[in-house]
Design a protein around this ligand. Sequence first.
Ligand SMILES: Cc1ncc(COP(=O)(O)O)c(C=O)c1O
Length: 485
Amino acid sequence: MTEQDQAADTIEARAYRAALDVIAAVEPDVASHIRGELDNQRSQLKLIASENYASPAVLLAMGNWFSDKYAEGIPGQRYYAGCEYVDKVETLAVNRAKALFGAKHAYVQPHSGIDANLVAFWAVLAHRVEAPFLTEHAAKNVNELTDSDWEDLRQLFGDQRMIGMALDSGGHLTHGFRPNISGKLFNQRSYHVDPETEMLDYDEVAKVAREFKPLIMVAGYSAYPRAVDFAKLREIADEVGATLMVDMAHFAGLVAGKVFTGDFDPLPHAHIVTSTTHKSLRGPRGGIVLTNEEDLVEFIDKGCPMVLGGPLSNVMAAKAVAFAEAQRPEFCDYAHQVRDNASALAEGIAKRGGRIVSGGTENHLCLVDVTSFGLTGRQAESALESSGVIVNRNSIPFDPNGAWYTSGIRLGTPALTTIGMDTSDLDEVADIMCEVLAATEASTTTAGEPSKAKFTLADEVRERARSRSAELLAQNPLYPEIGAI
Ligand SMILES: Cc1ncc(COP(=O)(O)O)c(C=O)c1O
């Protein structure tokens, strides 16, 4: 029996073949696109910092009849009948999330990270703005307010303030930026990294917090390569009376895997913590909200109907599976390897001439300033994609090229670590990437101006990168248990 035949005989391979046959019998094109996606993922080096590969158990837990059930409310208190098994699965996911992160309370219904943040913002607004207003107006709920009092409360919501990390320092749009609903709701001011060290400037955070007096102080990031001292941020929040909310969407896997402990674990320090479940945590696409503050629990649990519709029970089932996986000791090894691999990648790029923002990394990602190769982020991203290396362009601190073209690329190691790569593999990845970046030349627009998007790259360099990547991927295959389908 060949290795491929053996793989084809596993329970996972049979499950997926059968599932695709069932889909193909109704719409063959969808089955074919699902196969195409797997082929693509298997043939590319995935360095998108926010992506991962969930286990077959997680993926399969999503594809079933839980998807058909409405279950607005929380376990035991639903607005729909027939929720016996949704209650069981949601309770399981809640208990596993609490145990995994050491939180007193977990809410596992958010459909994504943006939803988790909205649930958290509105829980804080309901607790700190709406509840005192209702007490003052002797009303039990908003429906008891007069039209004029309701209008005053709506104005009061609009007057609230938030601070968050600047986008080009690594912050996220959902932390109060204008294109997102959070920026339309809150008056936001940003704090930054230090221009010299490119590390979070806690003195500036304190200065902005003291001047601006926010209701909510948001910490967390999508493109900051360092550990954050949440104990220090809590001191600042307490001094100005702000609620500290940490969005650990990117690094939840490193918290679950005990890479970030003590002052660097948000749970003991933040009033409220949000996360996605699909990035370094390696679960299904979704969000969670955690807290140790009793006062916030009733408001978080009102996420549906406050900002969410009915929960995705199938995804809550998959979250329970993913949290169970993350509680295994192997997940700690995985999380530490993710961090070590990111360091190896950053070092590998630095020793081949790339400038690493802040000089290194302490988490799962690093940022490369690709102007050190004479390129914009857009050119680097496209040149690498054409060579089979998938990264995303990203602003670097105080980026002169703006958010569209950018001067950087963001690289993350959660996905490559899941398929078994180690630090020597990541050094090879750095070599493949640097060969492509060094050979890529910025070209000019049709008007002869320097272009921020166009580039030239010799086909033989592309081909060499593709064949070296293919060799690495053959040694570390994606879903070997599923085999060829
Ligand atoms: C820090 C942070 N928060 C929230 C989100 C939003 O997550 P989702 O895409 O699941 O809505 C992201 C996604 O990139 C993120 O990086």
